[in-house]
Design a binder for this molecule. Sequence first.
Ligand code: 4AD
Ligand code: MG
Length: 445
Amino acid sequence: MKTLFIKDILKEDFLGKEVSIKGWVYRMRDMKDKVFFVIRDSSGIIQAVVKKESVDQKTWEDATKFQIEGSLEVKGILRKDERAPGGYEIEVKEIKVYDYGKPFPLKGDEDVDTIQKYRHLWIRTRWFTDVLKIKHSLIVHLRDWFIKDGWYEVTPAILVGNAAENTTELFEVKYFEDKAYLSQSAQLYLEALIFALEKVYSLTPSFRAELSRTKRHLHEYWHFEIEAAWYHVEDIIKVMEESLKYSIEKTIEERKSEFEELKSITGRDISELKQFVEKPWKVITYKDAIKKLQDLGVNIKYGDDFGSDEERLLTEQFDVPVFVTHYPREVKAFYMYEVGDGTVKNFDLLAPEGYGEIIGGSEREWRYDILHKKIEEWGLDKFKVKVGNEEISAYEWYEDLRRYGSVPHSGMGLGIERFLRWICKLDHIRDTQPFPRLRGSWLYP
Ligand code: 4AD
Ligand code: MG
């Protein structure tokens, strides 16, 4: 195994000592009597120089045979060198060759299709490695907040028999002699689990067969969802402001150098993120949001749903994320708690700078009669499943939750890639996933 990474060498005092590093050729310059390598590993880059006069014939020949992304281990003395990237250089004594490598198909200026074709290789790109590390940190610290706050991590089903969200956006799969769907949301299962554990969360893939081809839609994304008994929608809003701020703050601390490097690619400045953490986030009603848009000259009326254009315009009015609450019942899902004035107790969290919706959340309809009617009204009772010799509504079990000790409860779902896209200031959601599933692109790699 490997115990020493480039960042460890740069951190600890290895100056003048012999070090050995395993990694890949990031850059290479072949002079007459010297070969300069920049070697990369998962933690960083370091320059290594092979001098013809100070190595044996075999080592010198090996040094000249590498391609970009060839793999090797170099052993040598660590010296300071102002001219080297990072300020250090290894003066190589020995090279262990793993693979000289074939000419690497990516140079760094490829179009979208070529990048997708070689995505399995492209993911080594340094700025994308930064995005992956930031994604890791955001997830870890978000989870950490919920663990510290006493929530349980649970593992809901992914192959399911009904729709949690829009029925037109379901991926159907063969399930032996029956059909099943890929889960759009863990919510209905989390609702069942709160009667045992009260406060639960899960991180699962969610699938959406949306026809839209936009910069913020993936067909497969990672969904962080929470559900809690006795919580009202205001409580979930509070929990999410606090936990997201925590996750962002910890990630900034942990990923300074990654953000520094990313800045030249996307323009994201840590100081912008800091002010999202420091300022209180806004809460406005759907009704006020419509009014605001109308005042801005948008042709929209009460009852319309926001598209990405409206969300962009709306978020540009605020310098912090905004929770938009109390949407009309018709534009939202069947399970949301009806206030009685035609609105539901829900919220969408819109990220600033035009990014728009990153969370959908609500208080759940916990009254049996109203929920039952809504399932009929939404036409969901057409979903049937075989249970023993019977064919019953695929929502029967969900309605049971309102028959046996129903309680007020609320929850939300955060799209991890939408969150990451905003935090990294990425233009397209494809660059939040190593292997994005997008309409109009291949199922390759
Ligand atoms: O608003 P949505 O559809 O809400 C739900 O699924 C609820 N059942 C969640 C819950 O209460 N447990 O989706 C939630 C979030 C969105 O706000 C968005 O961030 C993300 O999931 N999302 C997508 N992300 C990427 N690509 C897509 N096609 C997405 N669809 C939703
Ligand atoms: Mg939504």
